[in-house]
Design a protein around this ligand. Structure first.
Ligand code: F0G
Length: 428
């Protein structure tokens, strides 16, 4: 390996490819990792915890945000003027007394990735993958999406002046996300099939039509998503939490998060690994089922859940995700749609709010506390992956239609002070 040079490497057979090669799987069929020469990078840039904490990196005169703060460990050789960024990251790490109490977890932190520029964690990966695509002179980018990737792709493709083409499953994408893809100007194709069908189409389009995919099979996406973990560690004063809990769909985050921790461990920035708990919706839980059979095999499912972002039956990053769980002594849990909705009502009414699949995180924490896996005094970081406004329909239905225990129904009143007084008296 040349000094400081990064490359692509097969996670199964170890075959190496040039960094600039447009390729997403090895000749053996397995996924590729971006591999950096960590020791060399550490030496040449004097990388340390302090280096990243004190970083004052600017792009176009603007603060670089939470992804490019870690540039040397993301895309070390990129020239600053080539970076396509919207100051992603630097998201809040919330504490909430109400949610902590409901979950019986004293040291709970919720990292809100819904506060990224297009409202989900996808922006962290998209800034890196679109920057790489631009340096490779790619003219058109594509993705299969349950919604958030398409919203993010649309915004970044617009900024990079590339044609964006997104494939979404018919009838199962939240209205906020479709609105974004349309508004930012991507060619939005509604496919008669589910996410897994769209994903297969995108893979074929890459091979046969040379369309450059920005799904998480693109290893540069994962390089950006690593920074969710690094930023959290920084926010926690480098104290490694006991658990990271987050939802699993296509398993890009699971893969990226494991790589992030592994790299920080290799660099000597952390001295122990936290544990992962990946949460899936019960109707879309192939990873959970595989976990239960000791990862002997992945059996694809026909996915169904109200958490449409994670309505995925054949996760593309399965093998990388298994590796992450091995590195972190991780576990997988599944939760029902009812449990997701209940958790969402708690997250929302605490004034934080997140989309349904994000709230699978919180439903998962509750379940893992109840079955004794998570302990009251452990430090738990839950990742909220998407913004509350992505899926407004599910909120309206919850509060107005189905008489849920935590529903907060609309109240119609006459336009009079008396009517208002009656309501105020009822509140006291
Ligand atoms: N949470 C949200 C809000 C998502 O949009 C996704 C995935 C996930 C969790 C699951 O993350 O795939 O890394 O395991 N959304 C993709 C999309 C599939 O097309 O927007 P993962």
């Amino acid at each position: 390996m040349k000094k400081n040079s990064s490359l692509l490497k097969c996670i199964s057979c170890g075959k190496e490819y040039r960094f600039s090669e447009i390729r997403f799987t090895c000749t053996c069929g397995s996924l590729l990792d971006v591999v950096h020469n960590l020791e060399e990078l550490k030496k040449s840039f004097s990388l340390s915890r302090k280096f990243f904490e004190e970083r004052q990196f600017k792009i176009n005169g603007q603060p670089a945000g939470g992804v490019w703060r870690f540039k040397e460990l993301v895309l070390p050789e990129i020239a600053e003027e080539k970076i396509i960024s919207k100051q992603e990251g630097n998201t809040r790490l919330y504490r909430s007394k109400k949610i902590s109490q409901w979950l019986s977890v004293e040291n709970l932190f919720l990292k809100h990735e819904g506060e990224n520029p297009t409202g989900s964690f996808k922006d962290r990966g998209m800034t890196v993958a679109v920057t790489q695509a631009k340096t490779l002179n790619v003219k058109a980018v594509t993705c299969a999406s349950t919604g958030n990737t398409s919203a993010s792709l649309a915004a970044y493709a617009s900024e990079a002046e590339m044609a964006g083409l997104v494939l979404i499953p018919k009838g199962n994408v939240a209205v906020g996300k479709i609105s974004q893809a349309l508004a930012y100007g991507a060619k939005t194709l509604v496919v008669n099939g589910d996410f897994d069908v769209c994903m297969e189409l995108v893979r074929n389009a890459q091979e046969k039509l040379n369309a450059y995919p920005l799904n998480s099979i693109n290893p540069f996406r994962l390089e950006g998503q690593k920074t969710i973990i690094w930023e959290t560690l920084m926010q926690l004063g480098w104290k490694v939490p006991d658990w990271f809990v987050f939802p699993g769909g296509n398993l890009g985050n699971t893969s990226a998060f494991g790589k992030a921790l592994r790299e920080f461990q290799q660099l000597g920035f952390i001295d122990r690994m936290p544990r992962f708990a990946v949460i899936q919706a019960r109707g879309a839980s192939p990873f959970y089922e595989a976990f239960k059979n000791g990862f002997e095999n992945l059996i694809p499912q026909k996915a169904e859940t109200i958490a449409t972002a994670i309505r995925i039956g054949n996760p593309a990053n399965y093998s990388k995700a298994v590796r992450s769980l091995q590195w972190t002594n991780g576990i997988v849990e599944s939760v029902s749609d009812e449990e997701i909705l209940e958790a969402k009502a708690h997250v929302d009414s605490a004034g934080i709010g997140a989309e349904p699949s994000s709230c699978a995180t919180v439903a998962g924490i509750r379940k893992l506390v109840e079955n004794g896996t998570l302990k009251y005094n452990e430090t738990v970081v839950g990742i909220l992956t998407g913004n509350i406004l992505k899926d407004p329909q599910i909120i309206v239905d919850y509060h107005l239609k189905n008489h849920h225990a935590l529903a907060n129904p609309l109240v119609e009143i006459e336009a009079s002070l008396d009517a208002l007084r009656n309501i105020l008296e009822l509140q006291e």
